[in-house]
Design a protein around this ligand. Structure first.
Ligand SMILES: NC(=O)c1ccc[n+]([C@@H]2O[C@H](COP(=O)([O-])OP(=O)(O)OC[C@H]3O[C@@H](n4cnc5c(N)ncnc54)[C@H](O)[C@@H]3O)[C@@H](O)[C@H]2O)c1
Length: 297
């Protein structure tokens, strides 16, 4: 294993801002992002990442030290992919990287510069990036009444939403340089239905779903597929004490392996901008959003 610490304290890892992303407010309206994004990649020459053709492919997995990220990382490595595992849990991430012959980077996904450094590590160490699995996430664990906590709100939005936005932004140049590639973001069923017990989690996961649905078509001409993984409750540490509550209620909990199975099914699909649900006892597929009414003129 090789371990790299990146930007743990002051953002001293070269917090350079990429062209086109300033982090400042202002700018154009809803349609201002259309057009003028550089040459397109023809669909025939896409660098398509498939589960049965991972030899030599390079993948970044955020939140790769535990749970769903670790499960996907294990299966990617078994297929021959070279991996950069990015996490803030250095012990678990480093241990898994040792096991898989992967590279571990300390990366707080809520920091743009950490995402950029993680992508740079993949390119420097393995020469390219083909797949970005933007999976790191945390529960919020509070409501919007008396228990509202601004610090925890910023943390949850920073990890679950900024972490995906920054991860996509950091990965695009490297994926384009590889002739295209695939981005998978872990959203949740909480990105499709409301969660009264954790509205902030539902809000940032809905935002990830909206991001993926928007980016699918936007990035297709650049040869980049963007898909969302939307599991129901799965048996990982993120459930915390909620696991006992679910068990008491008799609510079925997914094995991580079934989430990993769906990850590989969506990898092998041809779609983009899709949100694949993972629900106990049901075959996973892209969730079909109801068509909204168009304008009447
Ligand atoms: N387990 C579930 O029930 C469930 C359901 C739907 C969606 N999800 C989503 O799946 C993803 C993975 O979660 P999991 O269930 O495997 O939980 P987990 O707690 O086992 O794994 C989450 C990983 O993210 C890492 N992480 C946390 N904050 C980070 C940060 N700032 N930067 C980098 N890494 C960070 C953790 O250290 C951990 O390794 C999350 O996005 C989560 O929201 C989980």
């Amino acid at each position: 294993m090789s371990t790299e610490k990146t930007g743990e304290s002051t953002g001293s890892t070269g917090a350079t801002r990429s062209a086109g992303f300033t982090g400042e407010g202002g700018g154009g309206g809803l349609l201002s992002g259309l057009g003028a994004k550089g040459p397109e990649i023809s669909a025939e020459t896409f660098n398509v990442v498939r589960g049965d053709d991972l030899e030599g492919k390079v993948a970044l997995v955020t939140g790769g030290g535990n749970g769903i990220g670790a499960g996907v990382a294990r299966r990617l490595a078994a297929g021959g992919a070279r991996l950069v595992l990015a996490d803030i849990d250095d012990v678990a991430g480093g241990k898994l990287a040792d096991e898989l012959g992967a590279t571990y980077v300390h990366c707080d996904v809520s920091r743009l510069e950490d995402n950029e450094a993680a992508v740079a590590t993949a390119v420097e160490r393995y020469g390219r990036l083909d797949l970005a699995f933007l999976n790191a996430g945390i529960a919020s664990g509070f409501g919007l009444g008396e228990d509202f906590d601004v610090r925890r709100y910023r943390l949850a939005m920073g990890v679950n939403l900024d972490g995906v936005v920054f991860g996509v932004h950091a990965a695009i140049p490297a994926l384009r340089a590889a002739g295209g590639g695939t981005i998978v973001a872990t959203a949740s069923m909480a990105g499709i239905v409301g969660i009264p017990s954790d509205p902030v989690y539902a809000a940032n996961k809905h935002a990830v779903v909206g991001l993926v649905r928007s980016l699918g078509e936007d990035l297709r001409p650049r040869g980049i597929r963007v898909q969302a993984l939307c599991p129901s409750f799965a048996d990982t540490a993120i459930l915390g004490e909620g696991k006992a509550v679910l068990e008491q209620l008799g609510f079925p909990i997914l094995d991580v392996s079934s989430v990993v199975d769906t990850f590989f099914r969506l990898l092998d699909s041809d779609g983009t901008g899709e949100c694949w649900f993972v629900i106990p006892g049901r075959e996973s597929e892209p969730f079909t959003f109801r068509r909204v009414p168009g304008p009447r003129t």
